[in-house]
Design a protein around this ligand. Structure first.
Ligand SMILES: C[S@@+](CC[C@H](N)C(=O)[O-])C[C@H]1O[C@@H](n2cnc3c(N)ncnc32)[C@H](O)[C@@H]1O
Length: 308
């Protein structure tokens, strides 16, 4: 690479499958502080390695953004697990005018290509994957954000069950901000911190929660500072880490909520029924009150108020 040229990496491609130069710029929206691929000057990058995301609209958007940012002739390596978009990657790149060589390794499809001199139109993919207003939801949203095209049924149940809250609170893993909207419906709430690891969620939530009491933070809940003495926390905790079910993640969210609450403060939590959260709730909180158990399409949900 010559001076001033930049290489970018999206996500965490396995090191055995592609060399990422040291100093490559991280552009995944799931890495707080990373540069946004959207802001990179067209035809300026010397190369890119993309661990492509699983959602089709989101993936085509990322590929289109990367191709727009690359110089003509610059190398692009994109990969994805076969059953999570990898099988479609080659075709998707070819639709943009790329000549692709692909191979399979470690359950992934790995595509090598170069940014063609003449690209097929990128606009349809760029538009489909961008931040957008959904009239059906009445919300700003973006493909790739959790439950971006429907309100999650568990979240909906928690929204209905929340009592009028009061004081200072936080929405851990706020997504589009719908639990925050429900919390802020109570005028007795004085401040609410919305926190999410996903920059796109925070971007959408900024539009969905225009309220002077709200502050938005693109951050990891587990390491975010300044969370103490809260009166309440609301959450539908994540249970996937990089596409793989991770039951421990919700438990860590519960521990973090316990640290952040004042004595007597409440955690309002919804979870899929099979998630093993009771032991940690009972270990940490003085009073754990199951609210209702709801039969849902994925085995049902459970709701708790846990009072510190
Ligand atoms: C199950 S979704 C719930 C989203 C939203 N509260 C709702 O109910 O629709 C969990 C959210 O947590 C976010 N998340 C995952 N890990 C996180 C972390 N370590 N710190 C902050 N947010 C995280 C995800 O990006 C996702 O938006």
């Amino acid at each position: 690479m010559s001076d001033g040229e930049t290489f970018c990496v999206y996500g965490a491609p396995p090191s055995a499958l592609a060399d990422v130069p040291s100093g490559a710029v991280q552009v995944s929206p799931l890495v707080p502080g990373a540069k946004a691929l959207e802001t990179i000057r067209p035809a300026s990058l010397a190369g890119a390695v993309i661990a492509a995301p699983p959602g089709a609209i989101e993936r085509r958007y990322v590929l289109a953004l990367a191709l727009r940012a690359l110089k003509p002739g610059a190398p692009l390596i994109a990969m994805a697990p076969k059953e999570k978009g990898g099988a479609r990657l080659r075709k998707e790149l070819e639709t943009f005018g790329c000549v692709v060589q692909d191979a399979g390794r470690q359950h992934q499809r790995i595509c090598h290509t170069e940014r063609p001199q003449v690209l097929a139109p990128l606009e349809p993919a760029l538009e489909a994957g961008a931040l957008q207003y959904s009239p059906a939801l009445g919300l700003w949203t973006q493909p790739g954000v959790f439950s971006w095209d429907r309100i999650d049924p568990g979240t909906r149940q928690l929204m209905k069950a929340l009592p009028p809250l009061s004081g200072r609170g936080a929405d851990f893993g706020c997504g589009l901000g719908v639990l925050a909207q429900a919390a802020l419906a109570s005028q007795a709430v004085t401040a609410l911190a919305l926190i999410d690891l996903d920059r796109r969620a925070i971007g959408a939530a900024k539009h969905n929660v225009e309220d002077p009491r709200a502050t938005l933070h693109w951050a990891d809940v587990l390491t975010a500072p300044d969370l103490s003495d809260l009166d309440f926390v609301v959450m539908n905790p994540p249970f996937h880490d990089q596409g793989v079910e991770n039951r421990a993640l919700g438990q860590v969210f519960i521990r973090r909520a316990h640290q952040a609450l004042r004595k007597g403060g409440s955690l309002w939590l919804v979870a899929n029924r099979h998630m093993p959260y009771e032991a940690v709730l009972n270990e940490l909180f003085a009073h754990v009150t199951p609210q209702v158990t709801i039969k849902g399409d994925v085995g049902g949900y459970k709701l708790y108020e846990a009072r510190r």
